[in-house]
Design a protein around this ligand. Structure first.
Ligand SMILES: *C/C=C(C)/C=C/C=C(C)/C=C/C1=C(C)CCCC1(C)C
Length: 263
């Protein structure tokens, strides 16, 4: 576990409030994705279900991270927040990623509607790569010396680059086959994916960059939380928009579906 640095009021509160914001964002998104399911046709529903699972799992873990953060610090007479001795549990974040990152990948593969022949193999390769990326990132994250952190970080970057490469190629291919709004949305999703996923290794580097201990801890927690909100809630909304745009382009609508639903 990390040695928790002493924090000023603003530093402690910035993390506290960002974690609280993340909880709100995850639960609000959960409600949105559950309700949005009825706005898409059957073939896009699995993607919406996965979006809901991702933010539901993350909302629960953020709740635990938030509690762990509150328990790890106490306001001292000096006006500084000091460690209580109760460890701040970083494992919640990694367990969360271990579950949600493969789901995010599956979500994208589902909405891309790849041909059956390639879908299975792409999904398997990507899921193995996400597990390797997070599994090798964790020993680095909890390492107390900077060298061990750097080595595991570098190892974790290999599957990371592979994942981004595969998704880039597949998203570009899918965009090339589309036109109009669907094309724009696929290109924007590609951008969002790179901007948000690319932020994690940067946040991971904060302690490496010689940033002072307190700000490195704050930057890491705030950075991961903001990236999670964008990569889970924002990304889920993009996936929903792609599904809607594809329905529109294909002339499908939920209302016009045959009257199968009996009241
Ligand atoms: C919802 C959570 C998401 C999308 C998490 C993504 C996490 C990463 C892309 C993490 C990548 C890392 C590296 C590439 C190297 C250093 C260690 C990690 C695990 C932070």
């Amino acid at each position: 576990m990390h040695v928790l640095p002493e924090l000023g009021f603003a530093q402690f509160s910035l993390v506290y409030n960002t974690l609280s914001l993340a909880i709100a964002a995850m639960f609000a998104s959960f409600a949105f994705f559950v309700m949005a399911r009825s706005q898409v046709t059957a073939k896009y529903r699995p993607a919406l279900v996965m979006s809901a699972l991702v933010v539901g799992i993350a909302g629960y873990h953020y709740f635990r991270i938030f509690e762990s953060w509150s328990d790890a610090y106490v306001l001292a007479e000096s006006g500084m927040y000091v460690a209580t001795g109760e460890p701040f549990n970083d494992a919640y974040r990694y367990v969360d990623w271990l579950l949600t990152v493969p789901l995010l990948v599956a979500e994208l593969v589902a909405v891309l509607a790849l041909p059956k022949s390639t879908r299975g193999s792409i999904m398997t390769r990507l899921i193995i790569a996400t597990v390797l990326m997070i599994g090798t990132g964790y020993p680095g994250e909890i390492a107390t010396d900077i060298t061990t952190r750097a080595i595991w970080g570098a190892v974790s970057t290999v599957p990371f680059v592979y994942i981004l490469y595969v998704l880039f190629v597949e998203l570009s291919r899918a965009a090339a086959n589309e036109s109009g709004e669907v094309k724009t949305l696929l290109n924007n999703t590609r951008l969002l994916l790179f901007a948000t996923w690319g932020f994690y290794p940067i946040a991971y580097l904060f302690p490496q960059l010689g940033i002072d201990g307190a700000w490195a801890t704050v930057g890491l927690q705030v950075g991961y939380s903001i990236a999670d909100i964008a990569a889970k809630c924002g990304y889920g909304v993009m996936i929903y928009a792609i599904a809607r745009a594809k329905m529109e382009a294909a002339g499908e609508s939920v209302d016009a579906a045959p009257a199968m639903r009996h009241a």
